[in-house]
Design a protein. Structure first.
Ligand SMILES: [Zn+2]
Length: 113
């Protein structure tokens, strides 16, 4: 292998490494976006479940006089878990975004409701 071939190979390798690095950065951004979207959908789903449970709770009591009530609501637990994992659960544009280690008063308000 002569010197010019070595330099050519090095340049080729460097370009491959840069390409891999770019792909890695893009994939990381995509992953963060997907996780944030997933969390937003999860929170929305919990909110809807809470609404449905509130709607159905009185009917359940009437239909079930022996007191076999549905399990207590656990949606607050799930929200608390998501917050603990580092995501915003407050409404607004931060909804589902990563908190990046910062506490959020709006989130804490949602949890204390
Ligand atoms: Zn928040």
């Amino acid at each position: 292998m002569n010197r010019s071939e070595i330099f050519e190979k090095l340049a080729h390798l460097e370009s491959n490494i840069n390409q891999i690095n770019n792909d890695m950065v893009n994939l990381k951004h995509l992953t963060v976006e997907l996780i944030e979207e997933n969390v937003a959908l999860q929170v929305e789903n919990e909110n809807l479940k809470t609404l449905i449970d509130k709607e159905e709770a009185p009917k359940k009591v009437e239909n079930n006089k022996k007191g076999q009530l549905k399990k207590p609501l656990r949606s607050k637990d799930n929200l608390a878990m998501l917050y603990k994992e580092g995501f915003h659960i407050c409404n607004g544009e931060l909804f589902g975004k990563h908190r990046k280690g910062d506490d959020c008063l709006f989130c804490l308000e949602v949890l204390s409701e």
